[in-house]
Design a protein around this ligand. Structure first.
Ligand SMILES: *[C@@H]1O[C@H](CO)[C@@H](O)[C@H](O)[C@H]1NC(C)=O
Ligand SMILES: *[C@@H]1O[C@H](CO)[C@@H](O)[C@H](O)[C@H]1NC(C)=O
Ligand SMILES: *[C@@H]1O[C@H](CO)[C@@H](O)[C@H](O)[C@H]1NC(C)=O
Ligand SMILES: *[C@@H]1O[C@H](CO)[C@@H](O)[C@H](O)[C@H]1NC(C)=O
Ligand SMILES: *[C@@H]1O[C@H](CO)[C@@H](O)[C@H](O)[C@H]1NC(C)=O
Ligand SMILES: *[C@@H]1O[C@H](CO)[C@@H](O)[C@H](O)[C@H]1NC(C)=O
Length: 922
C-alpha cells in the first residue's frame, strides 16, 4: 500500500535523511510494540500478544498485532517466534525443513480480549540452559545463559543505539541484539571474507542466493545461512552458543562489533538459540534441528578432477591415463557441460561424447573403481524436439509468471525453471534422472547454477527471426527480449538489500521475484530455497534409482542442505588471496552443517602460476572435498601438467590417501553428531583465545592440523601450535611441545606441507594408493600420541568402516564395524587395546592392523612386549624424537621416543590388547 501523494512529498526530505544512514543500519525505523497479554501453553511454551505502539511510515505500514511464541524446545534449544497475529505469513516450508510447527495461534481479537493477568513489567521464563527474559512496554527480550547469567541476546534499543526496537512490516522486519565487544562471531554466509573466519565489524553481510562469483568479497554468494556462532571467553573459560534466524527472505545483517541488526524483507522472525557451551556442541545442537550431514560414499574422499572444456571423450581418457602415468591418485573424473548436446541437461553430444564410446570408457574406469560425475543445471532448454522439456511441459512442472512458464536464459539458451516445491516436479525430475542414468551410468550428480542463475533479468520473450544465442560470442550475454519488472512490490520492495553487493534489484539475473511457484508461493519468498529444494529432489531421485548412497554436489545451499549435498565454494580465482579465502569459507560450511566442502584447487580462472598450484594442492589435499576444477577459458591445470605440482600432489595426496580411514570416520561423526570434518582450531582449543581468529591453519577432526604456505615465494610458515605436544605426520620423529601454546616457524620447501597430530590421539591410517578402492584394502597402522614427557597419559581414537554403497551410514545390520582404540601410559607401562562393535564386517573384509607407532614416550627403550592377538615376526624399534627448539615458553619435553611395532597381524574386527615397558632413564 502506498501512502497518498501529499504525504509522500512531505516525507521526502525525511526519507532522504533516513535512507542514507539506513545503509549502515544506523537509522531508527519503527516505534516498537508492547506486550498486552501472555499465557502459558499446555506444553510449557509461552504465547504472547504484541500491539504496535505507534505507526511509522518508512518501508510500508506496520503490522498492528503480533504473536509471540517462546519455547524451550529441548534442554539446549530455545525458540523465539514472532509473526503477524491476523494473517498467515510465509515461512520456510515445514516439509522441506521438518521441525515443530508453532501452536495454532488464537486470533488477535481473541488474544486481546482474553482475560489473562496483565503481564508484569519484567519477567523470566526459564529452561534448563537458557532464561528468556522480557519487558512489556516496549516489548524487548533477552536470552541469558542460566549457568552464569551471561546475556547472549538482548533486543533492547536505547536512545543512543543506532537501531530501532522491533519493527514488523509486511516487507521489512528489523530486530537487533547488543553484543559484548570481545565476543567472536562466525557464520552468516555464504560470503568470501577477506578478514578471515571471524565476522569483522562493519563488513556487510547480505544473505540472498546469488550467482556472483566467489571472488566478490563481502557479497551475497550462492548459499544462504542466517546462522552465527558466538564464542566468548569469560575469565579464561570459553562459552559458545549459536543463533539461527530461520527465514528465507533476503536480508542485510549489520554487525557493528557491539551489536548486530537483522533487516529482513519478509517472512517471520523465527529464532533458535543453541546453548553449546562448546563449539562442537553448538554444531551438534544445530544439525539436530536442521538435519545431520549426509553420509558420503568412501570414494568421495578420493581426489576429483574436473574441467569445463574437455571437448571430447578422448581428452577425458587422456586425463585419466595421465594421472596414472604421473602416479597421482585419482578417484573421480568429472564433466562440466561439454558432454551435453547443446548444453541441454540429461543429453549427450552424439559426436564428441558418443554413447557407445562413453559406455566403454565408463566400464573400464568402473572396473578400476573410479567414478564419473556430470553437471546438471536447473534450467531446461525450451526446445520442441527435447524430450525432457516436452515431458516437463506436459506435466506442468515449471515456475510461472503471468500464468505461463517463466522464461530465462542459461547455457542452452531460453529455458524454463522446474519448480521443485511442486510434488509433480519432484516426480518428473526423478523420472528424468532415471532416464539419464539408463543412458549414462553416472555415479553422482553436480547441480550447478541453482541460485537460480539467469543471464537475463525481468520478463523475457524468445526473439523471433533471430537465433539466441547465435553461437558467436559468449553464451552468457542475454539475447532474449526482456523488460525489467518494476511495478510490483515483489520486484521493487521498499527496502533494498545489498543484492549482488551492488544494490541491484533482487530479481537481477535470477528468476523474477514476482514469479509464482506451486500453491501460489512467490519467488520473492522462496528464492533462496531454490538450490535446497533441487538438492532434496535430486537426492530422492538418486537414492530411488539403485538404492545406493547418493553423491550430490550443489552450488546453492540453504539451512539443512548438508543433509543432502556436498558443496564447493564456487568460481574462485587462481591467486594467493583466493587460496587463503578458501580456508575460511570451508570452515564456515562446517559450522553450517555442510562439512563435505572444498574449493576449486588451483583456482577456477584465469590461470594459476606453477608455484600457486603447488601450494594449492598442498591445502586442497586436506579439503574434505578435494577437486581440481578449471574454467573453459583457463589453460589446462591438471596436477600432472607441471612436474613440480605432480611431486607436491604425490606428497600431499599421498598423505590424504593414507588418512582416508580417518576422514571416513570423521564423515561418520559428522553424520551422527554434526561435527565438522575440517574445523577451526578453536573447536579443539576453545579456551585458547589466540586461536579465535586463526584462518590460515585448520584441523581435520579434533587433532590433525594443517599449516600450509599461503604466500608467494615463502618457504616457511609461522604456525600457531596450541598448548601441548604436536608430532609431524610426515616425519614422526619431529615434535613440538609447549605449555602455553606458541608460534613456530616451520621450514616448508615447495613440495612440503605441515601436517601435525596432537597428543592423546589414536589415528587410524592405511597405506594409501592410487585409488581409494585399493587404498582401502591395505593394512592399517595406528599412530598413538602421548604428551611428551608425561608420566601418566591416555590416548583415544575411533574407526568406522562400512559398505559405503548403503544409503544409511550406521551400526547394526552387519554391514559396518566400529572400533574404539585406547592407550594408556602409566608407571612406564604402555597399554594399547581395542573395543570392537560388530566386528563381523571388518573380519569379512580381512582388515588387519600391521603396525603401531607410539609417539612422545619417555624412558630409554622398550621391552617386555605382550600381545593378545595374532602376531608373527613382530619387530619393535625405538627412535628418538627431535623437538623444534628453543621453545619460547621453555616447554618441558626435551626428549622423547617413538616406539614402532611392525609385523603385526591383528584382525581389526577383533578386540586386541598389547603392552610393554619403557626402560627407566639411567
Ligand atoms: C567437439 O570437439 C571438437 C574437437 O575435437 C571441438 O572443436 C568442438 O568444439 C567440440 N564440440 C563441442 C560442442 O564441444
Ligand atoms: C578431441 O579434442 C582434442 C582437443 O580439442 C583434439 O585435439 C582431438 O583431435 C579430438 N579428438 C577427437 C577424436 O575428436
Ligand atoms: C533443439 O535441440 C536440437 C538438438 O540438439 C538442436 O539441433 C536445435 O538447434 C535446438 N533448437 C533450439 C531452438 O535451441
Ligand atoms: C550474436 O549474438 C551476440 C550476442 O547476443 C551479438 O553481439 C552478435 O551480434 C550476434 N551475431 C550475429 C551474427 O547475429
Ligand atoms: C534493468 O535493470 C538492471 C539492473 O538495475 C539495469 O542494469 C538494466 O539497465 C535495466 N534494463 C533496462 C532495459 O532498463
Ligand atoms: C554493498 O556491498 C558491497 C560489497 O561488499 C560493499 O562494497 C558496499 O559498500 C555495500 N553497499 C552498501 C550501500 O552497503
Amino acid at each position: 500500500m502506498s501512502p497518498p501523494l501529499p504525504n509522500l512529498l512531505l516525507l521526502l526530505p525525511l526519507l532522504l535523511l533516513c535512507i542514507a544512514p539506513a545503509r549502515s543500519g544506523t537509522a531508527k525505523i519503527g516505534n516498537g510494540y508492547r506486550l498486552v497479554s501472555i499465557e502459558e501453553t499446555p506444553d510449557g511454551g509461552l504465547l504472547g500478544h504484541l500491539q504496535l505502539n505507534k505507526e511509522s511510515s518508512i518501508y510500508g505500514p506496520d503490522i498492528p498485532h503480533l504473536h509471540l511464541f517462546v519455547k524451550h524446545e529441548t534442554q539446549d534449544r530455545l525458540r523465539v517466534y514472532i509473526t503477524d497475529a491476523e494473517k498467515l505469513r510465509w515461512e520456510v516450508p515445514y516439509d522441506l525443513l521438518p521441525r515443530d510447527p508453532p501452536p495454532r495461534l488464537p486470533s488477535a481479537a481473541v488474544a486481546t480480549s482474553r482475560k489473562t493477568s496483565p503481564p508484569v513489567a519484567v519477567s523470566e521464563y526459564s529452561g534448563s540452559q537458557f532464561i528468556f527474559r522480557y519487558t512489556t512496554d516496549p516489548f524487548t527480550f533477552a536470552v541469558k545463559r542460566k549457568s552464569d547469567g551471561q546475556t547472549l541476546f538482548d533486543s533492547t534499543s536505547g536512545d543512543s543505539d543506532p537501531y530501532s526496537a522491533l519493527v514488523f512490516k509486511d516487507q521489512y522486519l528489523e530486530i537487533s541484539t547488543k553484543l559484548p565487544a570481545d565476543a567472536s562471531l562466525y557464520g552468516l554466509g555464504e560470503n568470501t571474507q577477506p578478514h578471515g573466519i571471524k565476522l569483522y565489524p562493519n563488513d556487510p553481510y547480505t544473505l540472498y542466493t546469488t550467482d556472483v562469483s566467489a571472488i566478490n568479497l563481502n557479497t551475497d554468494l550462492y548459499g544462504d545461512h542466517p546462522v552465527y556462532m558466538d564464542l566468548r571467553n569469560v575469565g579464561g573459560k570459553a562459552y559458545a552458543h549459536g543463533v539461527l534466524l530461520l527465514n528465507s527472505n533476503g536480508m542485510d545483517v549489520f554487525y557493528r562489533g557491539t551489536s548486530l541488526t537483522y533487516k529482513v524483507i519478509g517472512g517471520v522472525l523465527d529464532f533458535y538459540f543453541f546453548a553449546g557451551p562448546t563449539p562442537l556442541a553448538v554444531v551438534d545442537q544445530y544439525t539436530q534441528l536442521i538435519g545431520r550431514p549426509a553420509p558420503m560414499p568412501y570414494w568421495a574422499f578420493g581426489f576429483h578432477q574436473c574441467r569445463w572444456g574437455y571437448h571430447n571423450l578422448s581428452v577425458v581418457e587422456d586425463v585419466v591415463a595421465s594421472y596414472q602415468k604421473a602416479k597421482i591418485p585419482l578417484d573421480v573424473i568429472w564433466n562440466d557441460d561439454d558432454h551435453m548436446d547443446g548444453h541441454k541437461d540429461f543429453t549427450l553430444n552424439p559426436v564428441n561424447y558418443s554413447r557407445p564410446k562413453l559406455l566403454a570408457f565408463l566400464e573400464k574406469i568402473h572396473n578400476m573403481g573410479m567414478k564419473y560425475i556430470v553437471i546438471i543445471d536447473p534450467g531446461i532448454g525450451i526446445n520442441a524436439t527435447y524430450g525432457v522439456y516436452q515431458r516437463g511441459l506436459a506435466k506442468d512442472v515449471f515456475i510461472k509468471h503471468g500464468g505461463e512458464p517463466y522464461i530465462a536464459q542459461v547455457w542452452p539458451g531460453a529455458v524454463n525453471f522446474p519448480d521443485f516445491l511442486n510434488p509433480k516436479t519432484v516426480e518428473w525430475w526423478g523420472d528424468e534422472v532415471r532416464r539419464f542414468h539408463e543412458l549414462v551410468p553416472v555415479d553422482g550428480l553436480w547441480i550447478d547454477m541453482n541460485e537460480a542463475s539467469n543471464f537475463c533479468s525481468g520478463k523475457c520473450t524468445i526473439p523471433e527471426g533471430r537465433i539466441c544465442p547465435n553461437g558467436t560470442g559468449p553464451g552468457w550475454i542475454c539475447c532474449l527480449d526482456c523488460k525489467n519488472i518494476t511495478n510490483t512490490r515483489w520486484d521493487d520492495p521498499p527496502y533494498k538489500i545489498n543484492a549482488s553487493g551492488l544494490q541491484v534489484p533482487i530479481g537481477y539475473k535470477t528468476i523474477a521475484t514476482s514469479a509464482v511457484h506451486y500453491n501460489g508461493v512467490l519467488e520473492y519468498d522462496a528464492h533462496s530455497l531454490y538450490g535446497f529444494s533441487q538438492s532434496i529432489a535430486t537426492h530422492k531421485a538418486l537414492q530411488g534409482l539403485q538404492g545406493k548412497r547418493p553423491f550430490i554436489l550443489s552450488r546453492s545451499t540453504y539451512v539443512g542442505s548438508g543433509k543432502y549435498v556436498a558443496h564447493w565454494t564456487g568460481d574462485n580465482q587462481g591467486n594467493w588471496e583466493n587460496l587463503k579465502y578458501s580456508i575460511s569459507t570451508m570452515l564456515n560450511f562446517g559450522i553450517f552443517g555442510v562439512p563435505m566442502v572444498g574449493a576449486d584447487i588451483c583456482g577456477f580462472y584465469p590461470a594459476p602460476t606453477e608455484e600457486l598450484c603447488n601450494r594449492w594442492i598442498e591445502v586442497g589435499a586436506f579439503y574434505p572435498f578435494s577437486r581440481d576444477h578449471a574454467n573453459y577459458y583457463s589453460p589446462r591445470q591438471e596436477l600432472y601438467q607441471w612436474d613440480s605440482v605432480a611431486e607436491s600432489a604425490r606428497n600431499a595426496l599421498g598423505m590424504r590417501y593414507r588418512l582416508l580411514p580417518y576422514l571416513y570416520t570423521l564423515n561418520y561423526q559428522a553424520h551422527t553428531t554434526g561435527a565438522p570434518i575440517a574445523r577451526p582450531l578453536f573447536f579443539s582449543f576453545p579456551d585458547y583465545v589466540e586461536s579465535y581468529g586463526l584462518s590460515t591453519q585448520f584441523l581435520l577432526g579434533s587433532g590433525v592440523m594443517v599449516s600450509p604456505v599461503l604466500e608467494q615465494g615463502k618457504t616457511a610458515v609461522k604456525a600457531l601450535f596450541p598448548p601441548g605436544t604436536w608430532f609431524s605426520l610426515f616425519d614422526m620423529t619431529q615434535a613440538m611441545s609447549s605449555k602455553g601454546g606458541q608460534y613456530v616457524t616451520l621450514d616448508t620447501p615447495l613440495h612440503a606441507v605441515n601436517v601435525h597430530v596432537y597428543q592423546n590421539i589414536i589415528l587410524p591410517m592405511q597405506q594409501g594408493g592410487m585409488i581409494s578402492k585399493e587404498a582401502r584394502k591395505t593394512p592399517f597402522s595406528l599412530v598413538v600420541t602421548f604428551p611428551a614427557g608425561a608420566q601418566e597419559a591416555e590416548a583415544k581414537g575411533q574407526l568406522f568402516l562400512d559398505n559405503d554403497e548403503l544409503p544409511e551410514m550406521k551400526l547394526g545390520g552387519g554391514s559396518s564395524t566400529y572400533v574404539d582404540f585406547y592407550a594408556t601410559l602409566s608407571k612406564g607401562q604402555v597399554k594399547l587395546w581395542s573395543e570392537v562393535q560388530e566386528g563381523q564386517f571388518a573380519l569379512q573384509n580381512g582388515w588387519i592392523v600391521q603396525k603401531v607407532s607410539v609417539l612422545g614416550l619417555g624412558g630409554t627403550g622398550a621391552s617386555d612386549l605382550e600381545i593378545d592377538g595374532a602376531a608373527e615376526n613382530v619387530e619393535m624399534s625405538v627412535s628418538p624424537q627431535n623437538f623444534l627448539a628453543p621453545l619460547s615458553d621453555g616447554g618441558d619435553a626435551k626428549s622423547s621416543l617413538l616406539v614402532e611395532i611392525g609385523g603385526l597381524k591383528l584382525p581389526l574386527g577383533k578386540n586386541f590388547a598389547m603392552s610393554w615397558k619403557m626402560g627407566k632413564k639411567g
